[in-house]
Design a protein around this ligand. Sequence first.
Ligand code: SF4
Length: 347
Amino acid sequence: MCMKKKHVISGLFPDELQKLLKDFVSQAYRGRQILDWIYEKNILSFSKMSNLPDKLRDELKLVFEPVSLIEVDKQISSDKTTKYVFKTYDDEYIESVFIPTRKRATICISTQAGCAFGCMFCASGKNGLKRNLSVGEIVSQVLLIRKDNPENPITNIVIMGMGEPLANYENTLKAVRILNHPECLRLAARRITISTCGLPEQILRLAKEGLQIELSISLHAANNVLRNRIVPVNKKYPLEHLMQTARDYIRITNRVITFEYVIIDGVNDTKRDAEQLISLLNGIKCKVNIIPFNPVDGTDFRPPKAFKLEEFQETLQASGVNVTVRRSRGTDIKGACGQLAAHSNNA
Ligand code: SF4
């Protein structure tokens, strides 16, 4: 059953909410009270906003909703990584992940239903793009997961779930500003990471936004022949263009970029691949995050062998590249990005 479309409060800046509220209530402090319930007290239902008059709560319910998604599936891994599938008002399924560790509680969120970019190792791109998510749908993922995990205050948000965030640029950036806003979630911008498959125009636009966010670029190959195959957007924006954009981004923002490199057995895992990566990154202020491939339904790709992973990492380290290996999490619960939502879409 489709939900009726209402104004989603989590998709609004405080001043936008105030303007819309003028039709219902004259006191400006009501808007602040509502935001306080949502962002400070973690209350996502008007019925529980006890300092609002009953009549106002009833009126608000007809026109507004604090969040706009419904949780339809949740799987908790043995390492406590929790994958959520949310349903949108028009029956699209999207996926988000909660990743608690000893020092952090990170939420990974989606910005599109499906994805147009079709990276070979990714479940999200298998059925193409359905649509962009609204700002409310992007922020709702954070609020619903936060509510479900009150014992773990959120420390980081990574925008690397389903979809390409920079292909839904306006909504993603507005969501980031709401998450960062002093009257909303108040999460420091440097704790928010946007991950892109590498769209040069949008990366340069992002550089000029004046936000202290982290940028991560999914590289996965250090030569055009291989990258054309596994990250097809490379045919449009080859590595020379992308790396020049990365240099420009760093010059404009004076920030470090993280390059993500998913290592796949027999595809991009040789010493030669590592050496090509070293020369590609020469002179660029960056970190490299190696991610052992996590099996995805519908591909023949396999995780790298342990000794190849080690050799790759050591080759980078020996040349002075700042490299980390991301420990696989949630592998017992359909681990890779997009797999849970894809499963719900096909169910
Ligand atoms: S890796 Fe990102 S850009 Fe590539 S298909 Fe998956 S969601 Fe889309």
